[in-house]
Design a protein around this ligand. Structure first.
Ligand code: ATP
Ligand code: MG
Length: 374
């Protein structure tokens, strides 16, 4: 299965090449397959390799460029034309020749570039028939690795398994999924809470921050005082409105039993309970399982995940299973080096080290969760 989007570039000038390079560096889900200055060679290789996206620098002085664009578009390739000029005749000609997007150099270019890639690669869902599978993620106690699991799981579900995935950061004690992805979302639940209910239906989708194709994020605001103004009812309305746009909605919850945590647990179809292999964490995990059962959760939908199970001085696997009293859904290894590096670079572990043990286990969790949805 492919997890990155292949891109092939034609550039007409050194300046254009530098600008395209800059855009590519900030879109880490893209894989640059080549940059070509010779138009004929670009055309031949593009037709041969069939990359997901072609980026073409416009060059109005080269009369052979538009026929090449037309040829490649007719061959089914998705072309983004990039230009330093906003000349309307050139824009119109490019669209007539089959360009799917036309980007103009300026301060908004990098954002427009990301948005264009997302528009071109996003799966379109049939809103009539869609109801997302909601999965809540909660820790037995604080700091057991819920946010890392949430971000990495969202990444693999969207990239490797091509699921339209929404990650909702409902951690009332400090939403930090955006930090982990090196993003500063412009919109949060606060924008929704501040509008009157008549506009609610149309605005839920506009709150999303698009992380990469098929992967969006919606967080609580950072300020604790703002969080207090957001009600469970509002969150429920947003989730209900976003169901039809997604295959999977992941809810990153606080381990504290706040009103929004309970809503998240209550509204999810399955639940991942993260536990680390210590006596305190296992005891807290058992308490949470009992609470969930009181809330009417079917035991079969509570999936215990043991994180950092190979850490020194941890409880052994048999001891854990026996004490916990529920089957263990998956075991995640301890990998401080890679997780710390992921935090520092603002990229999921899965992105930087797709072959590491932690990433492979995330794949297995995603695979098993998808099995339970069918
Ligand atoms: N498998 C792992 N191996 C090594 N370190 C890990 C692992 N999982 C998580 N950590 C580390 O544990 C710390 C807490 O992780 P994370 O923020 O994901 O937990 P959390 O349960 O979301 O915490 P909080 O309760 O604050 O929301 C981080 O510093 C992270 O690097
Ligand atoms: Mg967290």
């Amino acid at each position: 299965m492919k997890s990155k989007i292949n891109v092939y570039v034609f550039y007409a000038s050194q300046k254009g090449k530098d600008i395209i390079d800059r855009c590519l560096q900030n879109a880490h889900y893209l894989e640059l397959k080549g940059m070509e200055k010779k138009l004929e060679r670009f055309k031949t290789r593009a037709l041969q390799d069939q990359p997901d996206i072609l980026i073409i620098e416009n060059n109005p002085t080269d009369s052979s460029l538009m026929p090449v664009l037309e040829h490649l578009s007719h061959a089914g390739l998705k072309c983004i034309v990039f230009s330093e000029s906003n000349n309307s005749d050139q824009i119109l000609t490019a669209f007539r020749m089959g360009a799917r997007e036309f980007l103009i150099e300026g301060p908004q270019l990098e954002q427009s570039f990301k948005d264009a890639i997302i528009r071109l690669t996003e799966q379109r869902l049939d809103p009539q028939n869609k109801k997302a599978h909601r999965i809540a993620l909660i820790g037995a106690k604080g700091g057991v690795g819920v946010s890392h699991l949430s971000v990495n799981l969202a990444w693999t579900l969207s990239h490797t398994f091509h699921q339209q995935t929404l990650l909702v950061d409902l951690d009332t004690s400090g939403a930090k999924d955006a930090f982990m992805l090196d993003l500063t979302p412009e919109k949060t639940f606060l924008e929704f809470a501040s509008k009157d209910s008549h506009t609610h239906l149309s605005m839920a989708y506009q709150l999303l921050t698009h992380v990469s194709p098929n992967f969006s994020l919606l967080p609580l605001p950072e300020n604790p005082a703002d969080i207090e103004n957001i009600t469970a009812e509002q969150v429920q309305t947003v989730l209900d409105n976003l169901d039809s746009h997604h295959d999977i909605i992941l809810l990153d919850l606080s381990h504290h039993l706040h009103e929004l945590t309970l809503l998240g647990m209550d509204s999810a179809r399955s639940l991942l309970l993260l536990i680390d292999p210590t006596v305190i964490s296992v005891k807290a995990g058992i308490q949470k399982i009992q609470l969930m059962e009181k809330m009417g959760y079917d035991r079969n939908n509570i999936h215990a995940v043991i994180n950092r199970f190979d850490r020194k001085q941890a409880l052994g696997p048999q001891q854990l299973v026996k004490t916990l009293g529920v089957p263990v859904f998956e075991w995640l290894p301890n990998d401080e080096k890679r997780l710390t590096q992921a935090e520092n670079t603002g990229k999921p572990v899965y992105y930087t080290y797709p072959g590491c043990k932690y990433a492979k286990k995330i794949d297995q969790i995603a695979d098993k969760l998808l099995e339970t949805t069918t």
